[in-house]
Design a protein around this ligand. Structure first.
Ligand SMILES: C[S@@+](CC[C@H](N)C(=O)[O-])C[C@H]1O[C@@H](n2cnc3c(N)ncnc32)[C@H](O)[C@@H]1O
Length: 431
Protein backbone atom coordinates (compact mmCIF):
# COMPACT_ATOMS: atom_id res chain seq x y z
CA UNK A 1 0.00 0.00 0.00
CA UNK A 2 1.39 3.40 -0.96
CA UNK A 3 1.59 6.18 1.61
CA UNK A 4 -1.68 8.20 1.65
CA UNK A 5 -1.01 11.79 0.47
CA UNK A 6 -2.39 13.61 3.51
CA UNK A 7 -0.62 16.83 2.45
CA UNK A 8 -2.85 17.04 -0.65
CA UNK A 9 -5.99 17.45 1.44
CA UNK A 10 -7.53 20.91 1.67
CA UNK A 11 -9.90 22.54 4.16
CA UNK A 12 -11.71 24.62 1.49
CA UNK A 13 -14.44 25.95 1.72
CA UNK A 14 -13.48 26.28 5.39
CA UNK A 15 -11.02 29.02 6.37
CA UNK A 16 -7.51 28.21 5.10
CA UNK A 17 -4.23 29.61 6.44
CA UNK A 18 -0.60 28.42 6.51
CA UNK A 19 -0.87 27.40 10.18
CA UNK A 20 -4.06 25.37 9.62
CA UNK A 21 -3.83 21.84 8.23
CA UNK A 22 -6.54 19.58 6.87
CA UNK A 23 -5.23 16.63 8.93
CA UNK A 24 -3.42 16.00 12.21
CA UNK A 25 -1.46 13.27 13.98
CA UNK A 26 -4.66 11.94 15.57
CA UNK A 27 -6.10 11.18 12.12
CA UNK A 28 -2.97 9.14 11.29
CA UNK A 29 -3.11 7.24 14.60
CA UNK A 30 -6.80 6.44 14.10
CA UNK A 31 -6.16 5.16 10.57
CA UNK A 32 -3.21 2.98 11.66
CA UNK A 33 -5.18 1.56 14.57
CA UNK A 34 -8.22 0.94 12.36
CA UNK A 35 -6.26 -0.95 9.70
CA UNK A 36 -4.69 -3.19 12.35
CA UNK A 37 -8.13 -3.83 13.89
CA UNK A 38 -9.71 -4.56 10.49
CA UNK A 39 -7.00 -7.14 9.72
CA UNK A 40 -7.36 -8.81 13.16
CA UNK A 41 -11.18 -8.95 13.12
CA UNK A 42 -11.86 -9.44 9.42
CA UNK A 43 -14.06 -6.32 9.09
CA UNK A 44 -15.41 -4.75 5.90
CA UNK A 45 -15.84 -1.02 5.23
CA UNK A 46 -19.54 -1.06 6.13
CA UNK A 47 -18.69 -2.46 9.58
CA UNK A 48 -16.92 0.83 10.27
CA UNK A 49 -18.34 4.27 11.16
CA UNK A 50 -16.16 7.38 11.15
CA UNK A 51 -17.41 10.32 13.25
CA UNK A 52 -15.90 13.80 13.29
CA UNK A 53 -13.60 13.46 10.29
CA UNK A 54 -12.65 17.12 9.73
CA UNK A 55 -11.87 17.19 6.00
CA UNK A 56 -11.72 13.53 5.03
CA UNK A 57 -8.25 12.50 6.25
CA UNK A 58 -9.52 9.39 8.04
CA UNK A 59 -12.20 8.23 5.61
CA UNK A 60 -10.20 8.85 2.45
CA UNK A 61 -7.08 7.15 3.84
CA UNK A 62 -9.23 4.09 4.59
CA UNK A 63 -10.71 4.20 1.07
CA UNK A 64 -7.14 4.44 -0.25
CA UNK A 65 -6.34 1.29 1.76
CA UNK A 66 -9.11 -0.57 -0.11
CA UNK A 67 -12.12 -0.28 2.23
CA UNK A 68 -15.55 0.50 0.70
CA UNK A 69 -18.94 1.53 2.09
CA UNK A 70 -17.48 3.25 5.16
CA UNK A 71 -20.23 5.00 7.11
CA UNK A 72 -19.48 8.59 7.86
CA UNK A 73 -20.85 11.41 9.99
CA UNK A 74 -19.47 14.94 9.83
CA UNK A 75 -21.16 17.73 11.75
CA UNK A 76 -20.05 20.68 9.61
CA UNK A 77 -21.35 21.51 6.13
CA UNK A 78 -17.88 22.90 5.36
CA UNK A 79 -16.23 19.59 6.31
CA UNK A 80 -18.73 17.63 4.20
CA UNK A 81 -17.98 19.80 1.17
CA UNK A 82 -14.22 19.66 1.75
CA UNK A 83 -14.29 15.85 1.99
CA UNK A 84 -16.14 15.50 -1.32
CA UNK A 85 -13.74 17.90 -3.04
CA UNK A 86 -10.73 16.07 -1.59
CA UNK A 87 -12.17 12.73 -2.75
CA UNK A 88 -12.62 14.15 -6.26
CA UNK A 89 -9.10 15.57 -6.29
CA UNK A 90 -7.77 12.14 -5.35
CA UNK A 91 -9.85 10.49 -8.10
CA UNK A 92 -12.07 8.62 -5.64
CA UNK A 93 -15.34 10.08 -6.98
CA UNK A 94 -16.54 10.90 -10.47
CA UNK A 95 -15.93 14.51 -11.48
CA UNK A 96 -18.73 16.99 -10.83
CA UNK A 97 -20.79 18.24 -13.73
CA UNK A 98 -21.02 21.94 -14.58
CA UNK A 99 -23.70 22.47 -11.90
CA UNK A 100 -21.38 21.07 -9.28
CA UNK A 101 -23.58 18.10 -8.43
CA UNK A 102 -23.79 15.07 -10.68
CA UNK A 103 -25.81 12.11 -9.45
CA UNK A 104 -24.71 10.97 -6.05
CA UNK A 105 -21.25 12.42 -6.02
CA UNK A 106 -21.69 16.17 -5.55
CA UNK A 107 -21.72 18.23 -2.38
CA UNK A 108 -25.27 16.98 -1.88
CA UNK A 109 -24.09 13.38 -1.55
CA UNK A 110 -26.45 11.59 0.81
CA UNK A 111 -26.80 8.11 2.18
CA UNK A 112 -29.63 7.36 -0.22
CA UNK A 113 -27.87 8.78 -3.27
CA UNK A 114 -24.45 7.28 -2.65
CA UNK A 115 -25.45 3.90 -4.07
CA UNK A 116 -23.88 0.45 -3.83
CA UNK A 117 -20.14 0.23 -3.98
CA UNK A 118 -19.69 3.86 -2.92
CA UNK A 119 -16.39 4.43 -1.16
CA UNK A 120 -18.18 6.09 1.77
CA UNK A 121 -21.80 6.68 2.77
CA UNK A 122 -22.66 9.91 4.66
CA UNK A 123 -25.23 9.83 7.46
CA UNK A 124 -26.59 12.03 10.19
CA UNK A 125 -25.85 10.95 13.78
CA UNK A 126 -28.60 8.32 13.78
CA UNK A 127 -29.47 4.64 13.75
CA UNK A 128 -28.57 4.23 10.06
CA UNK A 129 -25.03 5.44 10.77
CA UNK A 130 -24.46 2.93 13.54
CA UNK A 131 -26.76 -0.09 13.33
CA UNK A 132 -24.61 -3.23 13.27
CA UNK A 133 -21.35 -1.25 13.21
CA UNK A 134 -18.40 -3.02 14.91
CA UNK A 135 -15.74 -0.32 14.85
CA UNK A 136 -16.23 3.41 15.41
CA UNK A 137 -13.42 5.91 14.84
CA UNK A 138 -13.99 9.24 16.54
CA UNK A 139 -12.11 12.52 16.49
CA UNK A 140 -13.01 13.74 19.97
CA UNK A 141 -15.34 16.76 19.83
CA UNK A 142 -14.66 19.91 21.88
CA UNK A 143 -17.89 19.83 23.88
CA UNK A 144 -18.46 17.15 26.51
CA UNK A 145 -22.20 17.18 25.75
CA UNK A 146 -21.40 16.34 22.11
CA UNK A 147 -19.23 13.44 23.26
CA UNK A 148 -22.01 12.24 25.57
CA UNK A 149 -24.50 12.25 22.69
CA UNK A 150 -22.13 10.34 20.40
CA UNK A 151 -21.22 7.79 23.11
CA UNK A 152 -24.92 7.19 23.82
CA UNK A 153 -25.64 6.77 20.10
CA UNK A 154 -22.85 4.19 19.68
CA UNK A 155 -23.96 2.25 22.78
CA UNK A 156 -27.59 2.47 21.61
CA UNK A 157 -27.29 1.38 17.99
CA UNK A 158 -23.95 -0.30 17.24
CA UNK A 159 -23.24 -4.06 17.55
CA UNK A 160 -22.73 -5.49 21.05
CA UNK A 161 -19.06 -6.17 20.28
CA UNK A 162 -18.45 -2.64 18.97
CA UNK A 163 -15.09 -1.04 19.71
CA UNK A 164 -15.02 2.76 19.88
CA UNK A 165 -11.59 4.28 19.27
CA UNK A 166 -11.59 7.97 20.11
CA UNK A 167 -8.60 10.23 19.65
CA UNK A 168 -7.50 13.79 20.24
CA UNK A 169 -4.54 16.11 20.72
CA UNK A 170 -3.20 15.60 24.26
CA UNK A 171 -3.31 19.35 25.01
CA UNK A 172 -7.07 19.42 24.37
CA UNK A 173 -7.94 16.23 26.27
CA UNK A 174 -9.37 16.06 29.80
CA UNK A 175 -10.17 13.30 32.28
CA UNK A 176 -13.81 14.32 31.99
CA UNK A 177 -13.82 12.77 28.51
CA UNK A 178 -12.96 9.36 30.02
CA UNK A 179 -15.75 9.82 32.55
CA UNK A 180 -18.28 10.64 29.85
CA UNK A 181 -17.25 7.57 27.83
CA UNK A 182 -17.46 5.43 30.99
CA UNK A 183 -21.16 6.33 31.33
CA UNK A 184 -21.86 4.47 28.07
CA UNK A 185 -19.09 1.81 28.08
CA UNK A 186 -18.00 -0.60 30.82
CA UNK A 187 -14.35 -0.64 29.67
CA UNK A 188 -12.53 2.61 28.84
CA UNK A 189 -8.79 2.44 28.30
CA UNK A 190 -6.71 5.51 27.50
CA UNK A 191 -3.61 4.56 25.46
CA UNK A 192 -0.06 5.87 25.67
CA UNK A 193 0.36 9.29 24.01
CA UNK A 194 2.08 9.24 20.63
CA UNK A 195 3.04 12.21 18.47
CA UNK A 196 1.24 14.51 20.98
CA UNK A 197 -2.04 12.63 20.38
CA UNK A 198 -3.76 9.98 22.43
CA UNK A 199 -6.33 7.31 21.66
CA UNK A 200 -8.96 6.04 24.11
CA UNK A 201 -10.49 2.62 23.48
CA UNK A 202 -14.04 2.03 24.78
CA UNK A 203 -15.76 -1.38 24.76
CA UNK A 204 -18.72 -3.23 26.31
CA UNK A 205 -21.60 -0.85 25.69
CA UNK A 206 -23.81 -0.35 28.74
CA UNK A 207 -27.61 -0.41 28.69
CA UNK A 208 -28.95 2.94 27.50
CA UNK A 209 -31.95 4.89 28.81
CA UNK A 210 -35.10 4.23 26.79
CA UNK A 211 -35.23 7.75 25.34
CA UNK A 212 -32.06 9.30 23.87
CA UNK A 213 -30.70 11.97 26.26
CA UNK A 214 -30.65 14.67 23.54
CA UNK A 215 -32.04 17.11 22.60
CA UNK A 216 -32.29 18.70 26.04
CA UNK A 217 -34.88 21.45 26.52
CA UNK A 218 -35.05 24.59 28.64
CA UNK A 219 -37.75 27.27 28.83
CA UNK A 220 -36.78 30.94 29.14
CA UNK A 221 -39.88 32.83 30.35
CA UNK A 222 -38.17 36.23 30.02
CA UNK A 223 -38.22 35.78 26.23
CA UNK A 224 -41.20 33.41 26.09
CA UNK A 225 -39.13 30.76 24.30
CA UNK A 226 -38.18 27.11 24.79
CA UNK A 227 -34.81 26.02 23.43
CA UNK A 228 -33.88 22.49 22.36
CA UNK A 229 -30.21 21.54 22.11
CA UNK A 230 -28.26 18.58 20.80
CA UNK A 231 -24.84 18.00 22.33
CA UNK A 232 -22.88 20.00 19.75
CA UNK A 233 -25.05 23.14 19.79
CA UNK A 234 -23.51 26.41 21.01
CA UNK A 235 -24.46 27.23 24.65
CA UNK A 236 -26.71 24.15 24.94
CA UNK A 237 -30.32 24.98 25.82
CA UNK A 238 -29.15 28.06 27.76
CA UNK A 239 -29.08 31.56 26.32
CA UNK A 240 -25.51 32.84 25.89
CA UNK A 241 -24.75 36.22 27.52
CA UNK A 242 -24.02 37.90 24.18
CA UNK A 243 -27.17 36.47 22.62
CA UNK A 244 -29.15 37.81 25.59
CA UNK A 245 -27.78 41.33 25.01
CA UNK A 246 -28.80 41.17 21.33
CA UNK A 247 -32.25 39.81 22.23
CA UNK A 248 -32.81 42.62 24.75
CA UNK A 249 -31.97 45.14 22.05
CA UNK A 250 -34.06 43.44 19.37
CA UNK A 251 -37.14 43.17 21.49
CA UNK A 252 -36.84 46.74 22.75
CA UNK A 253 -34.64 49.14 20.86
CA UNK A 254 -35.35 47.83 17.38
CA UNK A 255 -39.09 48.20 17.75
CA UNK A 256 -38.42 51.75 18.95
CA UNK A 257 -36.39 52.41 15.80
CA UNK A 258 -39.23 51.09 13.68
CA UNK A 259 -41.74 53.27 15.47
CA UNK A 260 -39.53 56.29 14.79
CA UNK A 261 -40.35 55.79 11.13
CA UNK A 262 -38.90 54.15 8.07
CA UNK A 263 -36.39 56.93 7.45
CA UNK A 264 -34.63 56.21 10.71
CA UNK A 265 -35.28 52.53 10.92
CA UNK A 266 -35.78 50.62 7.72
CA UNK A 267 -34.70 52.12 4.48
CA UNK A 268 -36.71 51.11 1.43
CA UNK A 269 -39.34 48.94 3.19
CA UNK A 270 -42.91 49.50 4.39
CA UNK A 271 -43.45 49.54 8.13
CA UNK A 272 -46.37 47.64 9.57
CA UNK A 273 -48.91 49.37 11.77
CA UNK A 274 -47.12 50.01 15.04
CA UNK A 275 -50.19 50.58 17.15
CA UNK A 276 -50.46 46.96 18.23
CA UNK A 277 -52.04 46.21 21.56
CA UNK A 278 -51.29 42.45 21.53
CA UNK A 279 -47.74 42.66 22.83
CA UNK A 280 -46.26 41.83 19.42
CA UNK A 281 -43.42 43.94 18.20
CA UNK A 282 -43.95 46.06 15.12
CA UNK A 283 -42.20 44.83 12.04
CA UNK A 284 -42.29 45.18 8.31
CA UNK A 285 -44.99 43.31 6.43
CA UNK A 286 -43.70 40.03 4.99
CA UNK A 287 -40.12 40.84 5.84
CA UNK A 288 -37.55 38.11 5.30
CA UNK A 289 -35.20 37.61 8.22
CA UNK A 290 -32.13 35.37 8.31
CA UNK A 291 -30.60 34.07 11.54
CA UNK A 292 -27.06 33.47 10.24
CA UNK A 293 -25.20 30.90 12.36
CA UNK A 294 -28.39 30.08 14.25
CA UNK A 295 -27.13 27.55 16.82
CA UNK A 296 -30.24 26.36 18.70
CA UNK A 297 -32.26 28.90 16.72
CA UNK A 298 -32.84 31.17 19.69
CA UNK A 299 -32.72 34.43 17.70
CA UNK A 300 -34.93 33.03 14.92
CA UNK A 301 -37.48 31.63 17.37
CA UNK A 302 -37.79 34.83 19.43
CA UNK A 303 -38.00 36.90 16.25
CA UNK A 304 -40.71 34.66 14.80
CA UNK A 305 -42.68 34.70 18.05
CA UNK A 306 -42.54 38.49 18.32
CA UNK A 307 -43.00 39.28 14.60
CA UNK A 308 -45.91 37.16 13.37
CA UNK A 309 -45.69 38.72 9.89
CA UNK A 310 -42.06 37.81 9.29
CA UNK A 311 -40.73 34.87 7.30
CA UNK A 312 -37.63 33.63 9.07
CA UNK A 313 -34.77 31.45 7.84
CA UNK A 314 -32.34 29.95 10.37
CA UNK A 315 -29.12 28.53 8.97
CA UNK A 316 -25.97 26.98 10.42
CA UNK A 317 -23.04 24.93 9.19
CA UNK A 318 -23.36 22.50 12.12
CA UNK A 319 -25.76 19.56 11.78
CA UNK A 320 -26.18 19.50 15.58
CA UNK A 321 -27.24 23.15 15.45
CA UNK A 322 -29.67 22.50 12.60
CA UNK A 323 -31.30 19.54 14.37
CA UNK A 324 -31.52 21.66 17.53
CA UNK A 325 -33.04 24.64 15.70
CA UNK A 326 -35.67 22.40 14.05
CA UNK A 327 -36.59 21.01 17.48
CA UNK A 328 -36.67 24.57 18.91
CA UNK A 329 -39.06 25.77 16.18
CA UNK A 330 -41.35 22.78 16.81
CA UNK A 331 -41.27 23.40 20.59
CA UNK A 332 -42.43 27.00 20.02
CA UNK A 333 -45.07 26.28 17.39
CA UNK A 334 -43.30 28.30 14.67
CA UNK A 335 -41.95 25.45 12.49
CA UNK A 336 -44.27 26.52 9.65
CA UNK A 337 -42.79 30.04 9.56
CA UNK A 338 -39.13 29.28 10.20
CA UNK A 339 -37.17 27.36 7.60
CA UNK A 340 -33.97 25.77 8.95
CA UNK A 341 -31.09 24.96 6.59
CA UNK A 342 -27.72 23.21 6.90
CA UNK A 343 -25.35 25.33 4.86
CA UNK A 344 -22.05 27.17 4.88
CA UNK A 345 -22.63 30.91 5.45
CA UNK A 346 -26.08 30.75 3.82
CA UNK A 347 -24.51 29.93 0.45
CA UNK A 348 -27.69 28.29 -0.89
CA UNK A 349 -29.79 31.41 -0.20
CA UNK A 350 -30.20 34.00 -2.98
CA UNK A 351 -28.34 37.33 -3.12
CA UNK A 352 -30.18 40.46 -1.93
CA UNK A 353 -33.07 38.36 -0.60
CA UNK A 354 -33.18 39.42 3.07
CA UNK A 355 -34.53 42.50 4.83
CA UNK A 356 -32.80 41.66 8.10
CA UNK A 357 -29.87 39.44 9.09
CA UNK A 358 -29.28 38.56 12.76
CA UNK A 359 -25.75 37.51 13.66
CA UNK A 360 -23.88 36.41 16.77
CA UNK A 361 -20.66 35.37 15.02
CA UNK A 362 -18.29 32.68 16.29
CA UNK A 363 -16.30 34.33 19.04
CA UNK A 364 -12.57 33.80 19.20
CA UNK A 365 -9.94 36.12 20.53
CA UNK A 366 -6.55 36.49 19.00
CA UNK A 367 -5.53 35.20 15.64
CA UNK A 368 -6.41 36.66 12.27
CA UNK A 369 -7.57 33.19 11.27
CA UNK A 370 -10.23 33.27 13.92
CA UNK A 371 -11.36 36.74 12.90
CA UNK A 372 -11.76 35.30 9.41
CA UNK A 373 -14.53 32.99 10.66
CA UNK A 374 -16.55 36.09 11.67
CA UNK A 375 -15.69 38.27 8.67
CA UNK A 376 -16.81 35.44 6.36
CA UNK A 377 -20.22 35.78 7.92
CA UNK A 378 -20.15 39.59 7.56
CA UNK A 379 -19.48 39.09 3.83
CA UNK A 380 -22.29 36.55 3.67
CA UNK A 381 -24.66 39.05 5.33
CA UNK A 382 -23.64 41.72 2.79
CA UNK A 383 -24.45 39.31 -0.03
CA UNK A 384 -27.78 38.21 1.45
CA UNK A 385 -29.17 41.66 2.33
CA UNK A 386 -31.07 43.82 -0.13
CA UNK A 387 -29.89 47.43 -0.41
CA UNK A 388 -31.03 49.23 2.75
CA UNK A 389 -31.48 45.94 4.64
CA UNK A 390 -30.16 45.65 8.19
CA UNK A 391 -27.52 43.50 9.80
CA UNK A 392 -27.82 43.27 13.59
CA UNK A 393 -24.62 41.94 15.17
CA UNK A 394 -23.45 41.29 18.73
CA UNK A 395 -19.78 40.80 19.53
CA UNK A 396 -17.29 41.02 22.33
CA UNK A 397 -16.52 44.70 22.93
CA UNK A 398 -12.79 43.99 22.78
CA UNK A 399 -13.08 43.15 19.07
CA UNK A 400 -12.74 46.01 16.57
CA UNK A 401 -15.55 44.82 14.31
CA UNK A 402 -17.29 48.14 13.66
CA UNK A 403 -14.77 49.11 10.97
CA UNK A 404 -14.99 45.66 9.36
CA UNK A 405 -18.78 45.87 9.30
CA UNK A 406 -18.73 49.35 7.76
CA UNK A 407 -16.28 48.25 5.06
CA UNK A 408 -17.98 44.99 4.25
CA UNK A 409 -21.69 45.77 4.75
CA UNK A 410 -22.30 49.53 5.00
CA UNK A 411 -22.92 52.36 7.48
CA UNK A 412 -22.70 50.86 10.98
CA UNK A 413 -23.85 52.38 14.26
CA UNK A 414 -23.34 51.13 17.78
CA UNK A 415 -26.83 50.59 19.17
CA UNK A 416 -25.91 49.33 22.63
CA UNK A 417 -22.79 48.56 24.64
CA UNK A 418 -22.29 46.71 27.92
CA UNK A 419 -18.84 46.29 29.51
CA UNK A 420 -18.53 42.98 27.61
CA UNK A 421 -20.72 43.17 24.51
CA UNK A 422 -21.46 45.58 21.71
CA UNK A 423 -24.55 45.50 19.49
CA UNK A 424 -24.38 47.19 16.10
CA UNK A 425 -26.79 47.85 13.25
CA UNK A 426 -25.33 48.01 9.75
CA UNK A 427 -27.34 49.27 6.78
CA UNK A 428 -26.49 47.49 3.53
CA UNK A 429 -25.18 50.09 1.11
CA UNK A 430 -26.67 50.47 -2.39
CA UNK A 431 -25.54 47.70 -4.70
C1 LIG B 1 -21.65 32.19 18.69
S1 LIG B 1 -22.62 30.92 17.96
C2 LIG B 1 -24.21 31.72 17.95
C3 LIG B 1 -25.37 30.77 17.87
C4 LIG B 1 -26.76 31.42 18.07
N1 LIG B 1 -27.02 32.38 17.02
C5 LIG B 1 -26.83 32.08 19.44
O1 LIG B 1 -26.79 33.31 19.49
O2 LIG B 1 -26.90 31.34 20.43
C6 LIG B 1 -22.09 30.98 16.28
C7 LIG B 1 -22.77 29.97 15.36
O3 LIG B 1 -22.30 30.21 14.03
C8 LIG B 1 -22.16 28.98 13.38
N2 LIG B 1 -21.23 29.18 12.25
C9 LIG B 1 -19.89 29.43 12.29
N3 LIG B 1 -19.39 29.54 11.04
C10 LIG B 1 -20.44 29.35 10.19
C11 LIG B 1 -20.57 29.32 8.78
N4 LIG B 1 -19.51 29.50 7.98
N5 LIG B 1 -21.79 29.10 8.25
C12 LIG B 1 -22.88 28.91 9.05
N6 LIG B 1 -22.81 28.90 10.39
C13 LIG B 1 -21.61 29.12 10.97
C14 LIG B 1 -21.65 28.04 14.46
O4 LIG B 1 -21.88 26.68 14.12
C15 LIG B 1 -22.46 28.51 15.67
O5 LIG B 1 -23.67 27.79 15.79
Amino acid sequence: MSEFPYERLRRFPDVEAPELQAHDATDLLLVERCLAHVADHDLTGSDIAVIGDGYGAITLALVDAGLRGIRLHQDLATGRRALVRNAEELGMLRTLDADGASAGVGPGLTASSAGDGAPFVPHELDAALLTGVRLVLLQLPKALAELAEIADAVARWAADDVVLIAGGRVKHMTLAQNEILARSFARVQPQRAERKSRLIVAEDPRDVPEAPPFPVRETHPEFGVTLAAHGGAFAGARIDVGTRVLLDVLTDRRSQLLMDGPGDAREGADSADCGRSDGQICGVVNEIVIDLGCGTGVLAAVYALTHPDARVIATDRSAAAVASARATMAANGVADRVQVTHDDAGSDLPDASADVVLLNPPFHLGTSVHTAAATRLFDAAARLLRSGGELWTVYNSSLAYKGELTRRVGRTEQVHRTPKFTVTRSIRSER
